[in-house]
Design a protein around this ligand. Structure first.
Ligand SMILES: O=C(O)CCC(=O)C(=O)O
Ligand SMILES: [Fe+2]
Length: 294
């Protein structure tokens, strides 16, 4: 077996999902590692990196400043959402390049390799009232990657501290990756959860919410078609998590129209082009390989 990414240690090999874990993921649409997979030092460095990022420091800049979410001071603290942060911050890039993350994702997606598609850093300040402020709306990540051909895309969710019930854990709707009709749920920013739920309760489906509770250093994965979101941060401490949207090696660009409107992904105009002129989703400068096995 030849690997182009850093090989795993014997201890890390033992952390990979078993066949039962993969079957569980395929049935439920989510998976939580049973052990700690990221050392504290790497997460603590990523916390410092995110603090630098929030202070405005950049290790690199994107060629455009529009077309993606990019929280800035003054925008309010209930939900800070910044996309493509690993492109712009070296500590967060170091975290996502830990080979164990891609290796677990490759097992779950039954793929020989995993590349980054994009990432999001999400911070939530503690909320003082009981309103909708601080909600991340029910959505699917696949709906934000309609220009991708693969239905095996998946996401890793990495909180930078213990993920506790009141500290806004990610909440995944169990088994929802098997439902039809969630390919276009681009509703991350819609805070009205009850209104969004009407879309899926009308079909008499059982809604089982699974809060992703785990210790620092554990990570979770969810299928691109799994419906998920999060409630406000009711704890007394800030909540900070890094979400990685991952593509399996079979993924390619596809042109996509929805309701007569052509959809473009922001990164389509950032990455290099294939010989046919379409975006190349294997451009290592934009979509680095996290794990590769041949
Ligand atoms: O951290 C959150 O609340 C949202 C993250 C998310 O949507 C994701 O991991 O796909
Ligand atoms: Fe998401």
């Amino acid at each position: 077996m030849k690997t182009f990414t850093q090989p795993l240690t014997k201890e890390q090999l033992a952390l990979l999902p078993t066949d039962e874990d993969v079957a569980f993921y395929e049935e439920h649409g989510w998976f939580i590692t049973k052990e700690k997979v990221i050392p504290d030092e790497i997460i603590d460095e990523a916390i410092l990196g995110s603090e630098r990022f929030y202070r405005g420091e950049r290790d690199a800049t994107l060629p455009y400043s529009n077309g993606y979410s990019d929280w800035k001071p003054g925008d309010g603290d209930a939900v800070r959402n910044n996309q493509h942060v690993s492109y712009r911050n070296k500590e967060l890039r170091k975290l996502l390049l830990q080979p164990i993350i891609g290796a677990i994702a490759a097992r779950l997606a039954r793929s020989r390799g995993i590349r980054l598609f994009e990432d999001t850093l999400v911070y939530k300040a503690p909320v003082k009232n009981d309103g909708e402020e601080g909600v991340v709306g029910w959505h699917t990540d696949r709906s934000y990657s309609s220009n991708s051909t693969s239905n095996k895309m998946l996401s890793a969710w990495i909180p930078f501290h213990d993920s506790e019930p009141l500290r806004s854990p990610l909440v995944v709707i169990d088994g929802s990756q098997k439902w039809s009709g969630n390919e276009h749920m681009r509703t991350f920013n819609n805070r009205n959860l009850k209104e969004l739920e009407k879309q899926f309760t009308s079909l008499e489906r059982e809604i089982v919410e699974v809060p992703i509770i785990m210790k620092k250093g554990h990570i979770s994965f969810h299928h691109g078609l799994a419906i998920h979101g999060s409630y406000p941060n009711y704890s007394n401490s800030p909540r900070l998590a890094f979400a990685l949207y991952l593509q399996d090696y079979d993924n390619r660009y596809q042109p996509f129209w929805n309701n007569g409107k052509q959809i473009h992904h922001f990164l389509d105009s950032v990455c290099r082009k294939q010989p046919d002129g379409n975006p190349d989703y294997s451009d290592p400068a934009v979509f680095p390989t996290l794990w590769s096995e041949f």
